[in-house]
Each structure stands twice: as structure tokens, then as C-alpha cells.
Design a protein around this ligand. Structure first.
Ligand SMILES: [Zn+2]
Length: 130
């Protein structure tokens, strides 16, 4: 699992792309408080973007980060059935929240160090650009 590479989550604020990666403290808080996010990022992109922007520019990144933390917490609690997708270069293609949940389980909840993955064609893969 440590060998898998993933890009960090970001969010556009105006014309700038800023990092909005979840923190493990934030994931732990969401797990403790049971504030789990049921919405998939890809299928609710517009709705989520609307929420992130609803409290003004200064709140976009905190709200985006909180979404990712709660989404990861959802998988920490509920687990998942569809395997994480990686390419032959060990770059994550699909399943960032699941990978972060697996890492959280491994680091904080005595979870396994290895996870099931399926190999898919390179798409997001930057072929060594990481
Ligand atoms: Zn690749």
C-alpha cells in the first residue's frame, strides 16, 4: 500500500488550484463524530462545488478538505467492495478515498498493510512524473 502513488486533492479557488488533501486528524475527528459523507465526489461534483463556494472564497478549501475527510471516514467505517484501481506503474487511477481509508485503518486501527487492487490502463498516470 505504501508503494501506491496518488495525486493530492485540490480545489480551484478563483483561478488558483489549492491543495485540499484530508489530514489524518480530520479523518479521525469525522470517524469519532460519525460525520460520514455518502456522496461520491465524481457523481456530485457540481453540488459539492456549490457547497464549497457557498460561504465565500476563504471557506472553499476548509470545506473541500472537510468533505474529503468525511468521505474517507465513510470508508473507514463502512469498508468497500469495489477494489481500488491502479495502473501498472502503481499509480492510483480510481479510489483515492478508499486508499486513504485503508491507510488510516492501517496506521490507526491496526488494519492490514495490504489491500486488493485491480490493474487498469493508464489514464491519470503521469508515468513517473510523481
Ligand atoms: Zn501508469
Amino acid at each position: 500500500m505504501d508503494q501506491l502513488l496518488r495525486g493530492t486533492y485540490g480545489q480551484k479557488v478563483g483561478c488558483q488550484g489549492l491543495a485540499a488533501d484530508p489530514s489524518s486528524a480530520g479523518i479521525a475527528k469525522a470517524v469519532d463524530e460519525w460525520t460520514l459523507e455518502f456522496r461520491r465526489f465524481q457523481t456530485h461534483k457540481e453540488e459539492l462545488a456549490h457547497e464549497f463556494y457557498s460561504e465565500g472564497f476563504a471557506r472553499v478549501i476548509p470545506l473541500a478538505r472537510q468533505y474529503h475527510e468525511r468521505r474517507v471516514a465513510f470508508f473507514v467505517i463502512n469498508g468497500w467492495t469495489d477494489a481500488i484501481q491502479i495502473c501498472i506503474h502503481n499509480v492510483l487511477e480510481e479510489g483515492g478515498h478508499r486508499l486513504l481509508a485503508a491507510r488510516f485503518r492501517s496506521n490507526h486501527l491496526n488494519g492490514p498493510d495490504e489491500i486488493d487492487c485491480v490493474i487498469v490502463p493508464c489514464n491519470k498516470c503521469l508515468r513517473g512524473g510523481y
